[in-house]
Design a protein around this ligand. Structure first.
Ligand SMILES: Cc1cc2nc3c(=O)[nH]c(=O)nc-3n(C[C@H](O)[C@H](O)[C@H](O)COP(=O)(O)OP(=O)(O)OC[C@H]3O[C@@H](n4cnc5c(N)ncnc54)[C@H](O)[C@@H]3O)c2cc1C
Length: 459
């Protein structure tokens, strides 16, 4: 793949000098995501519209340089790293909420809109957009669609895929297409919308999204259940689901994550607890009251030593702030972390918690787990110093073992963070050679020259 000064000059002509840069400082700013690697692109481009994207992609096919789409760079698997150089296409200037249609419960947005901004805008109109990754204050809707982001509310409301009705996409070869519908239903043609969602920017660049909205629930109630054993907290989660109660969130934090979040945010979390569950229900006043009573009964029967409902909206906000702070706060335990987001069937959460605990003892490495327990999605983090080869080797062995165990109980190695560069070498554990071959054929049908986000997912 080749990128030259001559190519940069052509890009300048397409998007204008104010919307591209080959300066080292600018390239540094777009060389990383939340993974430890950093790779400099040759140039950074800020498209103003789909036509800009199309022209850059056509040029990339002509001159054979790589193009990597990027939202806010909060991805956890290296998806926006320009591993083959070329251009990083930063989508953040396409950040308009074009329409919020209250009558038809849809929003039309550009990909650079910050997820939390859409939450607030639709809430003002009495509506609700459920996908809510813990990064919602800084990630983008385009990045969410590309990763099929989840978050705490997925347990009741599903993930980004369930809310994307249609897309405007620039194909790697430069054509602009519209997929899906603006209506509640639609079955004309292949479901390319669903193929694009979760394709990690390898099949097209999303330039507009039509999203499904819901009416805002009347009431939301939040509570914390405190446990002196991780296993009993995990069993409570399984039991809540078994009893047919559907909270809108059941988040799990182990002792290590409670301590570092509390250190970071000071939300009054019980730092001596082995585990807590943050549980949220929504609906009418009667429904929420009834569900919370049943949940409290299950938690207490499972061994919760305390169950406390948040009394004020400030208390609720504090709890969520603390939960959302866990990921960055973890660096208190070591200079490096390897972050995985396995999902197991909910009934197997207690077994997985035991497995992680045993591996931590066996390897002597600090392993912190937290996550969206309600849908079986456990973020387990191995804290280490990567400069120490022995620690690194033990960490990789532990990951191998956790992945094998996850798959053996019917789980998946990534619930929401995607594959990117960090999990591509593990794909064959979960996906058969025949399926991988089909994926390669799909990729080359969309992107015959292999210029869009190369080196990701399929390597
Ligand atoms: C503190 C923290 C908490 C997090 N919590 C969650 C969570 O609860 N749930 C969850 O699912 N994730 C979570 N994440 C991960 C991350 O925020 C999500 O993956 C998010 O969707 C990435 O959005 P982004 O705008 O930052 O995308 P980027 O990181 O910039 O890009 C991610 C991928 O999307 C592609 N992409 C971006 N924009 C486009 C576009 N317009 N067209 C095509 N491809 C595109 C990129 O090429 C890349 O492959 C968390 C991250 C952090 C740092």
């Amino acid at each position: 793949m080749a990128f030259s000064h001559q190519v940069f000059k052509k890009i300048e002509t397409i998007v204008g000098k104010a919307n591209c840069s080959a300066d080292r400082e600018e390239r540094l700013c777009y060389s990383y995501d939340t993974t430890p690697e950093a790779v400099y692109p040759d140039a950074v481009v800020f498209p103003r519209n789909a036509d800009d994207v199309s022209s850059v992609l056509k040029l990339a096919n002509q001159y054979q340089f790589a193009v990597t789409p990027r939202g806010a760079g909060t991805g956890m698997t290296g998806g926006s790293l320009p591993v083959k150089g070329g251009v990083v296409l930063v989508m953040t200037r396409l950040n308009r909420i074009i329409d919020i249609d209250v009558d038809n419960l849809i929003a039309v947005v550009e990909p650079g809109v910050i997820t939390g901004d859409l939450h607030r805008a639709v809430a003002q109109k009495g509506l609700f957009y459920p996908p809510d990754p813990s990064s919602s204050d800084f990630c983008t809707l385009g990045g969410n669609a590309a990763e099929c982001a989840g978050g705490p509310k997925a347990v009741k409301y599903g993930v980004t895929r369930d809310y994307v009705l249609g897309l405007e996409v620039v194909l790697p070869t430069g054509e602009i297409i519209r997929t899906g519908v603006q209506t509640a239903k639609g079955v004309v043609g292949y479901d390319v919308t669903r193929l694009m969602v979760g394709s990690e920017g390898t099949l097209g660049v999303i330039t507009r999204l039509t999203l499904r909205l819901l009416p805002k629930p009347d009431l939301v109630k939040t509570a914390t259940a405190v446990f002196d054993q991780m296993e009993t907290a995990a069993e409570a989660v399984s039991e809540i689901i078994r009893q047919g109660i559907v909270p809108r969130a059941i988040e799990y934090m182990d002792n290590a994550s409670i301590r570092c979040a509390e250190n970071y945010i000071h939300a009054g979390l019980p730092v001596d607890a082995e585990a807590i569950l943050i549980i949220e229900v929504d609906g009418s006043a009667g429904e929420t009251e009834h569900s919370m009573q049943r949940i409290e009964a299950v938690c207490r029967a499972s061994g919760a030593c305390e169950f406390k409902s948040a009394a004020t909206s400030q208390e609720t906000e504090g709890l969520w702030k603390a939960r959302k702070a866990v990921s960055p706060a973890l660096f208190a335990y070591g200079p490096d972390k390897i972050n995985e987001d396995i999902v197991v069937p909910r009934s197997r959460i207690p077994d997985m918690v035991k497995k992680i605990k045993a591996l931590s003892r066996q390897t002597g490495l600090t392993m912190v787990s937290f996550g969206h327990a309600g849908d079986g999605n456990i973020h387990f983090n191995i804290m280490l110093d990567k400069r120490l080869p022995e620690q690194l080797q033990k960490a990789h062995q532990a990951i191998d073992e956790i992945f094998d165990y996850t798959l053996s109980v019917g789980g998946t190695i990534s619930g929401e963070h995607g594959v990117g560069t960090s999990k591509s070498s593990y794909m064959t554990k979960e996906i058969s050679p025949e399926f991988l071959a089909l994926m390669r054929r799909i990729k080359s049908a969309f992107d015959p020259a292999g210029i869009l986000n190369p080196g990701k997912m399929l390597m």
